[in-house]
Design a protein around this ligand. Structure first.
Ligand code: DQA
Length: 144
């Protein structure tokens, strides 16, 4: 089983950006934690981050026939991108939406998620451990 973990804009700035909201863990440290978890659970993982919407669409398309599950935190594109929704629908791979912060308790515009409709679950406000919870959910979904 292979899981693709996709992060959108500004998530490479974790540890630096608004630590009161997103915590002190760096993107690099998060990636290491995700890789360690994947090793522990015997699952292959690929990590991808981009600040560009089209690159994220390309990566989702490339997952077709390659990944069995997707964990996606599209950052601000969550609230704007029909293209990411369409890409997730196009590949039809089980996907879990993750937000480090509790988007339902912040500005009104963060309550809208375009991709939610193409995801089997949303994990929001659990900090960076939400990524591991999402992977666990995909493993359970796949009967692992
Ligand atoms: C975020 C929430 C989004 O509203 C924001 O634009 C982000 C990060 C989160 O992980 O909490 O970049 O997706």
């Amino acid at each position: 089983m292979k899981i693709l973990v996709i992060n959108g804009p500004n998530l490479n700035m974790l540890g630096i950006r608004e630590p009161d909201i997103y915590g002190a863990e760096t993107y690099r440290a998060l990636c290491a934690r995700i890789e360690a978890f994947a090793r522990e659970r015997g699952v292959e993982v690929e990590l991808y981050q981009s600040n560009h919407e089209g690159d994220l669409v390309d990566k989702l398309q490339a997952a077709y026939g390659d990944a069995d599950g997707i964990v996606i935190n599209p950052g601000a594109y969550t609230h704007t991108s029909v293209a990411l929704l369409d890409a997730l629908k196009a590949v039809s791979i089980p996907a879990v939406e993750v937000h480090i912060s509790d988007v339902s308790a912040r500005e009104d515009f963060r309550r809208v998620s375009y991709i939610r409709a193409a995801c089997i679950a949303t994990i929001s406000g659990h900090g960076t451990k939400g990524y591991l919870e999402a992977m666990e959910l995909l493993l359970k979904e796949a009967g692992k």
